[in-house]
Design a protein around this ligand. Sequence first.
Ligand SMILES: Cc1cc2nc3c(=O)[nH]c(=O)nc-3n(C[C@H](O)[C@H](O)[C@H](O)COP(=O)(O)OP(=O)(O)OC[C@H]3O[C@@H](n4cnc5c(N)ncnc54)[C@H](O)[C@@H]3O)c2cc1C
Length: 387
Amino acid sequence: MTDISIKQQQEIVEEAREFSNQEIRPFSATFEANEAIPRELIEKMAKKGFLSASLPRSYGGLQLDPIHYGRFTEEIGKASSSTRALLTVHTSLVGETILRWGTEEQKNKWLPLMASGEKIGAFGLTEPEVGTDAKSVQTSYKKEGNKYIINGKKKWITLGDIADFFLVITKGDKGNSAFIVERSMGGVKTTPIKGLLGSRAAHVALIEFDNVEVPAENLLAKEGSGFTYIVNTALDHGRYSIAWGGIALAQEALESMISYSRKRTQFGKKIHSFQLIQGMIGDAVTKVHAGRALCLRAGELRKNADPSALMETTIAKYFTSKIAIQIATDAVQVHGGNGCCNQYPVELLFREAKILEIIEGTSQVQQEIISSYGLRQYYNPTYPIFP
Ligand SMILES: Cc1cc2nc3c(=O)[nH]c(=O)nc-3n(C[C@H](O)[C@H](O)[C@H](O)COP(=O)(O)OP(=O)(O)OC[C@H]3O[C@@H](n4cnc5c(N)ncnc54)[C@H](O)[C@@H]3O)c2cc1C
């Protein structure tokens, strides 16, 4: 693998910022109103290598290290959360998982197609009746000769309505297994889900699999490893991406809050001069700095393949999704009535921020994971207990 210098990576992040400002930000409200990221935008992003920014150059990617990939994600996410969702799912959840667990044939086939945008991938774990308790998925697989038969439903699948293939988590004789299911295989039906709080342009859909015949070569890793290998890897990559998505929203809300408070006059003064407004601004600045520090730390650990990266990524995702909604709420507050209207960007930031506390594991699940880590890590058996 040829190395890519830090300077080159910084240039890609800057290019993403410029691209975002020119090609995404001016149109993001229209994407949400039309409930679609336009195909032309996806094609433009593919041409720049943005659909596989974290993947090796040998597969058509840009080979950004985790820190630069995070900063790249932030640049896109600041302009449009739905477009950031494209990266979270297509690149992080699907691409990075195939890179980790795919056979040479699977990697050589799928990763270049994903980089060029010829094939868009989605990740199907959640079902109508199964969310947090993900190991209980009901979508089934059954081996028949040299192929597998898949039946079931997946709900809330980002990109589901436009994806060419789905990384689907199923249950069968040998436990949870993951398959690459192609839309063209027959028996795959997708129905867009409208009326979402946020991620409206992210092509979220319900997917139905009716006796879909999947060749054995589309099994990812081995039967029974769908959870331990595939879901855990995918969600770890997804959480890292969402952590930066949270910083993107928090930063954007902070900038809106400050800009508005410096322009709006009440009682003959700019509203930023009121101490209660300053309190919200002070908190928001502190939270954004703390959240970014957590993301950078998780990125550094991931770069060094440090085993603690997994927990630090969970902590970063939990924290930044929490502060994103807190800061977006305050940003709406600072805007008063204007904050409740979609003429101002904070209305959309507020709706998008809430989504982050639900996807890639809800905040409650993150709290549980972090708490059981804390109970192990910070227990002092010699701590005195007095009668
Ligand atoms: C916009 C959007 C995009 C999405 N994209 C995808 C995607 O691409 N692929 C995909 O597979 N899924 C996707 N999802 C689904 C998402 O991952 C799930 O919504 C999420 O995992 C929660 O599952 P649920 O909605 O079934 O809620 P439930 O699991 O029913 O949870 C409901 C509430 O109960 C709480 N709860 C549940 N169990 C516990 C527990 N043990 N302890 C404490 N509290 C608990 C939860 O925290 C939550 O507050 C998406 C969802 C949305 C909204």
